[in-house]
Design a protein around this ligand. Structure first.
Ligand code: FES
Length: 111
């Protein structure tokens, strides 16, 4: 593994991330991240819709791993960042996630 432990930062506790609702967090460097829970797994994506920059953490988890933007309804796969439904056309960034002792840690950008 090429990443060091320090590349990951604590952002939340697992129980803070409810299965039906995305959770927005802000990293120390100002990046806004949206966490989505799928069972015991947590996914992290950028908290910005590429359509009109709305915060995706204000949206809904409409199916497992599917995040819907609250403004115009674009949908994204939080595992890959891929657009599943427009009007957005660009994928969103995804980030590596670790869960250690009930704490969610977000690491480097993956896509
Ligand atoms: S701002 Fe997200 S779909 Fe328009």
């Amino acid at each position: 593994m090429s990443e060091t432990a320090s590349a990951f930062v604590r952002v939340a506790h697992v129980e803070d991330v409810e299965p039906e609702f995305p959770l927005g967090v802000v990293l120390e460097d100002g990046r806004r991240i949206c966490l989505v829970r799928d069972g015991e797994e947590i996914h992290a994506v950028e908290d910005r819709c590429p359509h009109r920059d709305f915060a995706l953490s204000g949206g809904d988890v409409v199916a497992p791993c599917v995040l819907e933007c609250p403004w115009h309804g674009a949908r994204f796969d939080v595992r890959t960042g891929a657009v599943l439904q427009g009007p957005a056309t660009d994928a969103i960034a995804t980030f590596a996630v670790r869960v250690e002792a009930g704490v969610v840690l977000v690491g480097p950008r993956r896509s």
